[in-house]
Structure formats: C-alpha cells, structure tokens
Design a protein around this ligand. Structure first.
Ligand SMILES: Nc1ncnc2c1ncn2[C@@H]1O[C@H](COP(=O)(O)OP(=O)(O)OP(=O)(O)O)[C@@H](O)[C@H]1O
Ligand SMILES: [Mg+2]
Length: 246
C-alpha cells in the first residue's frame, strides 16, 4: 500500500493570490477525483505534488510512503506519472519518438519501453498514428498521447490533470476504463469538470474551493450531504459552487 501525505501545503502567486491554503490530505491506493471550478487550485496542487511548482517557503510538506518527496527527488519522480493540463508537445516528433523519449527519461530499458508503448498506444487507439508527427494530431489525439506518456513505466502514483478535456464520449469511456483497471494497486488523482468521468470509479472525491479543501469522502458519504433534490454528486457540486456561477 502506498501513501501520499500532504501536510499544510500553501502556495501564493505573488503577494495577494493565495492559490492553495493549508492543504492537508492523505491518499492511499485507489482513485481520487478532484473537483472544483476554474481557478480553484487543482492544477496548482497537482503541479506541486509532482515537483513542477514549488510551494511557498515553509509552505508545508509532502510525504511519499513516509519520506519527504523533496528529499526523495528522482526516486519519487521515477515512481510517478503526470499528465499536465497544458498541452506541450513536440509537434515535429512522431508519437513513437515522443513516447520513447519519455520512456528514456523514466529510465525504462528499450525492450520494456517498446512493449509498453505498443500496449498503451493500442489501448488509447493511436496505433495507426504512432509514426505520424504530432503537429498534425487533433486535440483529443494529443491528449491521448499525453495520457499514454503518463502511464509509461507503470507508476505507483498517477496524476492526471483534466485528462478527458476535449475528448469525445467514446474516448472518455476508454480512458475511464483504463484508469479504473489501474486504480486498485496505485494512487491515481484525477481532476475533471465532468462528474460522470469519476463518479463510478473514484474511491473518494475531494472538493476544492478557492484553494481550500472544503470536503472529501466516498461518494455515498458525500451525497448524503445534498440538501435538496436528488442525492447526486452533481447536486452536491452545485450546492458547493452554484453561487459562483451566477
Ligand atoms: N502562474 C500564475 N501566476 C499567478 N496566478 C496564477 C498562476 N497560476 C495560477 N494562478 C491563479 O491561481 C488560482 C488557481 O489556479 P489553478 O490553475 O490551480 O486552478 P484550477 O483549479 O486548475 O483551474 P482550471 O479548472 O481552470 O484548470 C487561480 O486564481 C489562478 O488565476
Ligand atoms: Mg487546472
């Protein structure tokens, strides 16, 4: 069993913007859905966990299986996979070259890399495009290459920042099933705006609002808190964030 523990993590952008406020949570193996409106702090949190962004000075601590990630550094990186929200792809590379490059960064040997790449690429239905330059890919195809890249090396911690944004319904289901299959033996954290992407697969849901973790729990626990209407996650979302959308 893996554990990822966040203790009082804080992040300011400049002096005024407090994007993450005393974020404390412990993740264990399973799938976690991160919900919150635009600007809530989801990407900030994910970028900090994956060491792509520094928290504030003295802005809390993150532990992977009991050891500080800041000290583990490469050891932690090698067991985590991250799909960032921003699509930064090398447009002139083929998907195959790109995935080989990511596999090399993750120190996978060539044989294992080839085996994993062809299996993953088949699951995300990109086999026919693997030798094409990514510059010519649709948004959804690029998205799927990035998901495949995050999954390479079978990481114990998988962090996916809006993996299904821009995907058509069929591809959303494929990704959901892939994540669901993987979820038992690793920690997977997924941010999304599409509640149906996670409501059947998530062990727990975290609600973030203006940098604060405002609630978390299993779906049955959470939906009990719906005050009016059907006891659904979507209605709880509206209860927590509805007023922001006026
Ligand atoms: N580089 C930055 N400089 C200044 N402010 C930033 C920066 N990045 C994010 N912010 C601010 O921090 C807050 C949290 O942003 P973040 O991107 O983490 O939100 P999010 O929950 O991922 O939103 P979205 O659903 O739109 O992806 C927002 O108010 C945002 O404007
Ligand atoms: Mg974001």
């Amino acid at each position: 069993m893996n554990t990822l523990k966040l203790k009082n993590v804080n992040k300011h952008y400049g002096k005024k913007k407090h994007a993450l406020c005393d974020f404390t949570f412990e993740f264990t193996n399973g799938i976690y859905g991160l919900l919150g409106p635009n600007g809530a702090g989801k990407s900030t949190l994910m970028n900090i966990i994956t060491d792509n962004l520094l928290p504030d000075k003295d802005g809390g601590k993150i532990y992977w299986n009991g050891e500080e990630t800041r000290i583990l550094k490469d050891k932690f990186r090698s067991c985590s996979g991250f799909m960032p929200q921003q699509q930064n792809l090398y447009e002139s590379m083929t998907a195959h070259t790109f995935l080989n490059y990511i596999a090399a960064l993750k120190c996978l040997d060539k044989k294992r890399a080839e085996k994993e790449i062809s299996a993953i690429i088949e699951r995300v239905e990109l086999t026919d495009s693997i030798d094409k330059k990514m510059g010519g890919f649709s948004g959804g195809m690029k998205q799927r290459v990035l998901i495949a890249a995050a999954m390479l090396g079978d990481p114990d911690l998988l962090i996916l920042d809006e993996p299904t944004a821009g995907l058509d319904p069929k591809q959303r289901v494929i990704i959901r099933n892939m994540v669901s299959d993987l979820g038992q033996e690793k920690i997977i954290i997924i941010s999304t705006h599409i509640v149906s992407d996670i409501e059947t697969i998530a062990k727990e849901i975290l609600f973030i609002k203006e940098g604060h973790l405002i609630d978390s729990g299993t779906i049955p626990e959470l939906v009990e808190k719906v005050e009016s209407g059907e006891k659904s996650l979507e209605n709880l979302y509206m209860q927590y964030y509805g007023e922001l959308q006026k």
